[in-house]
Ligand binder design. Structure first.
Ligand SMILES: [Zn+2]
Length: 191
């Protein structure tokens, strides 16, 4: 487990050299050992759901207009967002595809992010732009119905990925986003 040092890695090594006075190769080895220990600690943690990332309380999502009265897997949503915030590859590898298969949940996660935004953002995927335009024009119910019934799977995946980028950085934003009044069909127009 000694991958080629990346740019960020080299900066870490140099920082350690400055801190400790170690040579480059020693500092690099110590950092690698440190990683190894952390990795082992992670591997020793209980598997699956118990493998820990504290998730946000997303119970407010159950009432989302994007759920259209259907049950929403709040626990999966919370676990997924926690995994994204933690940058945990193994949890994301498990939870992202499972969520793509749960289109109702994708609608809720994407709608919560994009309904308040006047534009989907510069780097949004074409599928995200298209869905955002649909949402702006027709509202949450129609946008959710399109996502659950009509959208190509690759587009659903792209939309989820974009939405998760927002969720991953939205630590402070989550409670605000959830309490927005999305029942007002013109709520996003004023923004
Ligand atoms: Zn994880």
């Amino acid at each position: 487990m000694h991958p080629k040092p990346t740019r960020g890695r080299k900066a870490d090594i140099r920082a350690r050299m400055r801190r400790t006075g170690e040579s480059y190769s020693v500092a690099a080895r110590r950092l690698a050992e440190q990683d190894e220990r952390q990795h082992q600690g992670r591997a020793a943690a209980p598997p699956a759901g118990a493998h820990g990332h504290a998730g946000p309380d997303l119970s407010g999502l159950a009432a989302s207009p994007f759920a259209a009265g259907e049950p929403v897997d709040i626990e999966r949503a919370s676990a997924l967002i926690a995994a994204c915030r933690a940058g945990c590859p193994s949890c994301q590898a498990e939870l992202v595809p499972a969520t793509v298969g749960d289109r109702r949940l994708v609608a809720v996660l994407a709608g919560t992010v994009y309904a308040p935004l006047p534009t989907p953002g510069m780097i949004a995927a074409p599928a995200t732009r298209m869905w955002h335009a649909l949402l702006s024009e027709l509202g949450p119910q129609a946008a959710a119905a399109f996502l659950t019934d009509e959208m190509a799977e690759a587009d659903v995946a792209a939309l989820l990925e974009d939405a998760l980028d927002h969720w991953a950085v939205g630590g402070a934003g989550v409670p605000e986003i959830i309490t927005l009044d999305l029942d007002d069909p013109h709520a996003w127009e004023a923004r």
